[in-house]
Ligand binder design. Structure first.
Ligand code: AMP
Length: 218
C-alpha cells in the first residue's frame, strides 16, 4: 500500500517548501489545493471567479469545491504510487471525505504536522515572494534570490501573493486555528500514523531530511 503524505500546519509553516523537496526526493506528485485554486483564479474559470474573493479575504473556500478537486486529482494514475497533500484537508469535513477517497484508492494516510511559532509565521509570510512565470518560491529573509527580487531561473521580477499581507495572514491564521487545528486531534484519535516536526529548526533541506528519516525513507 502506498502512502498519502498529509502535511498539516499553519500557513507559513513550510508545507509548500517541504512538499516540493519531498516530492522530488520520493518521486511522487505534490498536490497543493492552494496552487490549483490560484491557477483557476489566474485562468479566470468559473471556479476561479467563485473563489477569488474568499481567498483574498484569507478565508477557506467551501469543502465541496476542494473535495471535488482533490478527488479528481487523486484518481489520476500518477497518484497510484503515493502523493503529497499540501494544504488539504483543512477541515474535519474534508478529512472525512479524504478518508473515503484514500481507502478506495488503496492509499494509506501518514500525517506530518509542522509546528512553527506564530510570530515567526507572520515575519516569514510577509517576506515570501514568488516568480509569476515559473512559480519558484523565495523568501527575502531565509531564501533570497541572487539578484534583487528577481527569479534565479528566469530573471522575472518576483511578486508577493495577494493574500500574504499582514492583515490577511492574521485572517488565515484565525481560519487555521478555528477550522484546521482540530484536525490534529482528529488524526490522533483516529490512530493515524502521525509525526510532529518543528518547522523552524534548521534549513528546509535539514527539515526534509528529518521528515524522510521519520518516514523510514532516508
Ligand atoms: P495555501 O496556498 O494552501 O495557503 O491556500 C491559499 C488559500 O486557498 C487559502 O487561504 C484558502 O482560501 C484556499 N484553500 C487552499 N486549500 C484549501 C482547502 N483545503 N480548503 C479550503 N480552502 C483552501
Amino acid at each position: 500500500m502506498s502512502d498519502a503524505l498529509i502535511l498539516l500546519g499553519p500557513p507559513g509553516s513550510g508545507k509548500g517548501t517541504q512538499a516540493v523537496l519531498l516530492a522530488e526526493r520520493l518521486g511522487i506528485p505534490h498536490i497543493s489545493t492552494g496552487d490549483i485554486l490560484r491557477e483557476q483564479v489566474a485562468a479566470g474559470t468559473e471556479l476561479g471567479r467563485r473563489v477569488q474573493a474568499i481567498m483574498s479575504a484569507g478565508q477557506l473556500v467551501p469543502d465541496e469545491l476542494v473535495n471535488a478537486i482533490v478527488e479528481e486529482r487523486l484518481g489520476r494514475p500518477d497518484c497510484a504510487g503515493g502523493c503529497i497533500l499540501d494544504g488539504y484537508p483543512r477541515t474535519i469535513g474534508q478529512a472525512e471525505q479524504l478518508a473515503g477517497v484514500l481507502a478506495r484508492r488503496g492509499l494509506h494516510p501518514v500525517i506530518v504536522n509542522l509546528a512553527v511559532d506564530y510570530n515567526v509565521i507572520v515575519a516569514r509570510i510577509t517576506a515570501r515572494r514568488q516568480c509569476p512565470a515559473c512559480g519558484a518560491s523565495y523568501n527575502l529573509i531565509t531564501n533570497p534570490p541572487r539578484e534583487d527580487e528577481r527569479c534565479d531561473r528566469d530573471g522575472t521580477p518576483l511578486v508577493a501573493r495577494q493574500d500574504d499581507s499582514e492583515q490577511v495572514v492574521r485572517q488565515r491564521l484565525e481560519a487555521y486555528e478555528r477550522q484546521t487545528l482540530p484536525l490534529v486531534e482528529y488524526y490522533r484519535r483516529a490512530g493515524a500514523v502521525f509525526h510532529d516536526v518543528p518547522g523552524d529548526e534548521g534549513s528546509p533541506e535539514e527539515i526534509a531530511r528529518r521528515i524522510l528519516k521519520l518516514l523510514g525513507k532516508e
